[in-house]
Design a protein around this ligand. Structure first.
Ligand SMILES: [Zn+2]
Length: 442
């Protein structure tokens, strides 16, 4: 199963249920609790904790939204001002106490080869442009120490995350150059199987010998191995090969919502040994089984309208809007997101949790978590459920900072031990790279 992707229904965004809801979100916290003899409302406590420790989010697709909306024109869409058509702008970043962000430089898997590489470079360029235009708000971060420094300076520590191995066109040299540009994680596979890594879906493929070499080279570079969007076999293979902790930049728990994009319990149970984190995502179709079923029905309709109106996007959009109006999707809720966090804490432990909202990469939203201003409401819910201040600090950012530090240590050791890998996919897998169109495995 693949969720409807950004590209499929972006045009419908403006008319869907996406609404900025700062006021709505703050209503979640009400009941006071006693902290060291002082009664403090959970939302106030949440905000105090978020001033103390950076909330580091694993995945935000603002660069892609800017590409789709205005071809990266920050004059037309000035995020220093309120931009209600987006889920991310600076006023809401400040309201939500975002302390660090892995900005996704996603490009769709329909792009392969050189086209994927150049589009990803344009996405990286957009992140740099955003940092240049809003220096009071953002600071580039490559290391855990950079994140802490940026947070201390009152800025959002900005990391780059490559979403999908198609962005490196089966080339370790390209991987290394993305690392030099500041990419601190790469999702191994996105959308469809690659020649060297399996994507979430039918789960027929894991990591090829070249795929394992990619993981080793990422360890050497200090780039985090991101297992969101990958097949369960790829997750298991990567956990066997990696010397550094892995991340799931935006995934939730499969035992709570049974979709392939979520993490199964047998993988969760391996995290204490590996040291990695699952950054729980707010994608409605990964949170609630009812929302997942509704999203599958919508996906089928999108496919049908594509066949029905192949050359008329306006008619497609109109048909989809009408269909959605007569078939309202059940909403996933903030409490259900907290249920995923509860489950992962039970199975993997409090040291293996983080948050990865996927804001601006989704076409519908969880009730109570509509945009980047809403994080404090989720933190307040955890406090109400009895999470201690120490627990919350770990989920906000301390766990991810620990993972980054450990990956940096592994990189230093491996860089001292040997040269970069010059292996090729031709040598390791017997698959030609140049000039070969990639055929999805299903
Ligand atoms: Zn994604």
């Amino acid at each position: 199963m693949r969720l409807i992707t950004r590209c499929a229904v972006t045009a419908v965004l403006a008319t869907s249920a996406v609404v900025p809801a700062l006021a709505q979100s703050t209503s979640a916290a009400a009941s006071p609790r006693e902290v060291s003899g002082v009664v403090e409302a959970p939302l106030a406590r949440a905000r105090a904790l978020m001033k103390d420790v950076p909330l580091i989010d694993g995945h935000n697709d603002l660069p892609w939204a800017m590409r789709e909306g205005t071809r990266y024109d920050f004059d037309k869409v000035d995020i220093a001002k309120s931009q209600p058509q987006l889920m991310t702008d600076i006023p809401r970043i400040r309201a939500g106490h975002l302390g660090g962000q892995f900005w996704s430089v996603y490009v769709p898997a329909t792009l392969q080869g050189d086209a994927a590489v150049s589009a990803t470079l344009e996405q990286v360029d957009a992140v740099y442009e955003m940092l240049r235009r809003y220096p009071e708000t953002f600071a580039l971060a490559r290391t855990a120490a950079d994140v802490e420094r940026a947070f201390k300076d009152g800025k959002v520590a900005s990391m780059i995350g490559v979403e999908g191995g198609h962005s490196i066109d089966s080339s370790l040299g390209t991987l290394r150059m993305f690392s030099r540009l500041g990419a601190r994680y790469m999702t191994l596979a996105y959308g469809t199987d690659l020649p060297w890594a399996g994507a979430a879906g039918e789960d027929t493929q894991g990591l090829s010998p070249f795929g394992q070499e990619v993981v080793r080279e990422m360890n050497r570079l200090g780039m985090l191995v991101d297992l969101s969007h990958t097949s369960t076999r790829t997750m298991a293979d990567a956990l066997r090969v990696t010397q550094a902790p892995v991340i799931f930049s935006h995934s939730s728990a499969r035992a709570v919502c049974d979709v392939p994009r979520n993490v199964p319990d047998d993988i969760l149970r391996q995290l204490p040994r590996n040291g990695g984190v699952v950054m729980v995502t707010f994608v409605p179709g990964f949170i609630s089984e009812d929302a997942a079923a509704a999203s599958r029905r919508t996906q089928a309709q999108v496919a049908q309208f594509l066949t029905q109106f192949p050359d008329n996007p306006a008619a497609r959009q109109q048909a989809l809007v009408e269909w959605r109006t007569s078939n309202p999707e059940p909403r996933a809720t903030l409490a259900q997101v907290a249920d995923h966090i509860d489950h992962i804490r039970t199975v993997a432990g409090i040291d293996h949790l983080g948050l990865g909202g996927d804001f601006d990469g989704i076409t519908s939203v969880v009730q109570g978590l509509e945009d980047v201003s809403t994080y404090p409401a989720l933190v307040a819910e955890l406090l109400r459920r009895g999470y201690s201040d120490t627990d919350v600090r770990k989920i906000l950012g301390l766990n991810v900072l620990r993972v980054m530090r450990r990956a940096e240590e592994v990189a230093t050791r491996l860089q001292g031990a040997g040269a970069p890998s010059i292996k090729t996919i031709d040598q390791l897998d017997g698959v030609a790279r140049k000039g070969q169109p990639v055929t999805p495995a299903r």
